[in-house]
Design a protein around this ligand. Structure first.
Ligand code: SAM
Length: 240
């Protein structure tokens, strides 16, 4: 069944009204009709079986037939702190990590980032749209938030059950071992460096705050691969 995003505020009294964007897609692209059933998701974990009842104006109105939670939503909340990669990679990283179950993405600034997050508002708007589209595609009812940007030094290790520093110079501790050693994990942070990697002083600073340096394997991954690889390994280990 096709899935569409509906703002929580647009769902009330057993009815939902879709945004003009979603309405245009339903009417003009998919040519759906009144009586057709769709799944709505509100971005915070609830989905609604619904039936289209009206196309007046530029909106689409639906009756809610039932509600539930999506089994695709992750039980483990993994926040990805992605140091700013070169142009055009962040959208790919967000899209793939949403599919892999990331809970939030924080574009992060570190010494060897060669780009700045200029035009922050527009960039964050676009990144959050990528996240919403990826959630829609992969069947999630929540939408991972893309927020920030954050300074590497602002990562608060106490806010997570474990902070995993994917460190290219780490040769002993694997991600799997760090997860086993951490005990019960409900929330985790993964920190991925930019193309140039981390300065040793940056790694030391994060480790002194409680981050665990981990290897993602014997090969050096591109920055855009590393977050996906870390998410896949974490979800493989922790998700039932
Ligand atoms: N400039 C670094 C070098 O030549 O060793 C490589 C940095 S790598 C392209 C970008 C980021 O991906 C790293 O900072 C790290 O966060 C992560 N990464 C890549 N491969 C990794 C691995 N095998 N183990 C741990 N982290 C890795």
């Amino acid at each position: 069944m096709r899935r569409f995003f509906a703002e929580k505020i647009d769902i009330a009294d057993g009815k939902a009204v879709l945004s003009p964007d979603e309405a245009r897609h339903i009417r003009n692209v998919l040519r759906m009709k009144t009586g057709d059933e769709v799944l709505l998701f509100d971005g915070s974990g609830t989905e609604y079986r619904s039936v289209i009842t009206d196309f007046s104006g530029d909106s689409v109105t639906l009756d809610i037939l039932g509600r539930g939670v999506s089994s695709a939503d992750p039980e483990v909340h993994v926040t990805l702190f992605q140091c700013l990669p070169k142009q055009g990679k962040m959208e790919l990283i967000i899209q793939k990590c949403v599919e892999l179950g990331v809970y939030a993405v924080v574009p992060t600034v570190s010494k060897r980032c060669v780009v700045k997050l200029d035009g922050k508002e527009q960039k964050l708007q676009r990144y959050n749209r990528v996240s919403m589209e990826a959630s829609k595609q992969c069947g999630r009812a929540d939408i991972p938030e893309v927020k920030g940007p954050a300074e590497l030094s602002s990562i608060d290790a106490k806010a997570f059950d474990v902070v995993l520093l994917a460190y290219e110079n780490e040769t002993v501790t694997t991600l799997k071992k760090a997860l086993m050693d951490a005990g019960k994990i409900r929330s985790a942070a993964v920190v991925i460096g930019p193309e140039g990697g981390f300065e040793p002083a940056e790694a030391e600073m994060l480790i002194s705050k409680g981050a665990v340096p981990v290897s993602l394997g014997r090969r050096i991954l591109r920055t855009e691969t590393a977050g996906m690889a870390a998410l896949a390994q974490i979800m493989y280990e922790l998700e039932q």
